[in-house]
Design a binder for this molecule. Sequence first.
Ligand SMILES: C[S@@+](CC[C@H](N)C(=O)[O-])C[C@H]1O[C@@H](n2cnc3c(N)ncnc32)[C@H](O)[C@@H]1O
Length: 372
Amino acid sequence: MPNPTLPLDRIIQGDCVDVLNRLPESSVDLIFADPPYNLQLRGELWRPNMTRVDAVDDEWDRFADDPDDPARAFAAYDAFTEAWLRACRRVLKETGTIWVIGTYHNIFRVGKLMQDLGFWILNSVVWVKTNPMPNFRGVRFTNAHETLIWAQKKRGARYTFNYQAMKHLNDGKQMRSDWELPLCTGDERLKINGQKAHTTQKPEALLYRVILASSNPGDVVLDPFFGTGTTGAVAKKLHRHWIGVERDETYVRLAAERIAAVQPAPFEEEVFVFQNRRNRPRIPFGALLERGLLRPGQTLYFGPKGEVQAKILADGSLMWNGFVGSIHQVASRIKNAPCNGWQHWYYEDSDTGRRRVIDELRERVRAGRLES
Ligand SMILES: C[S@@+](CC[C@H](N)C(=O)[O-])C[C@H]1O[C@@H](n2cnc3c(N)ncnc32)[C@H](O)[C@@H]1O
């Protein structure tokens, strides 16, 4: 249950450091932060056809800039970054994780500060933009990606990662750290009088993946740089609580209207709750014997085409070459490296004669489908 003093499903207008410092400590499950980039743009940017590029030149992205003293210029941005990262770390639960998105302008500085403050980086994810803005002057490569740092509050703590859900989202293949997604365009892009309402509105698809991967229904997702409220809109669709902090009054209003219009599909546990390492039941290998899915004396094969074979003993251990151990111990002995037996041992399907990985039998037990 969320901390009852949290302002759930609300936008708070104000400076995120001030606001976060008033929230209860260790109360938030997930943070998504899309901070100012500190682009340091000097002058306007024009296309070859003399139309002005809609670049990020907003007031909220302006920090000190001094071409003669870059260190001094960056110091203001670093101080700001350190302050909001500290405030985020205070409100995160011990089991919580944070995502920070940025570009080459800021992400290296952010990453260094995160590590200094004790965050433990789990991944850096590259958002590969399928429709990036070209480099109009042709003086550099097209800047076609942003980087997301995913980190936990403390090294070694439990945290949510819906591994299977990510695999399903990726057509059954392990989800990789390079995500190809388009920029936010079309109807999703909020407009005021036909112009973009916000220069850096993020695509909902990006937040969908972030929130689905690293939180569960009922969790509290906080965004300290809420902008148009993309995080809140997606959190609401996925039945998470959300808290947004935004300084600018216009964005607060836009985000509130946007989220109010979201009508999530009715909550059904089987649709929105996934089994992850934390909540799925542990199935020992022996359970496959007890339930008659494999039998004592049966042969297991190491790999789908592997020549190496082991015999299943009645107590659920394997015997290979005179060595007896668990599916993991025998697999590790064969590979001479730590090894997850569920993914390496195959049995012969008596109906088709084809080899199938034993992990499929474990999934059947989990799902309660016990017919062989
Ligand atoms: C990069 S944008 C976030 C865009 C957002 N992810 C979206 O999808 O619309 C950063 C936002 O942070 C806000 N902001 C900047 N400094 C802030 C601060 N100190 N406290 C709260 N909001 C701030 C800006 O007004 C801006 O809307």
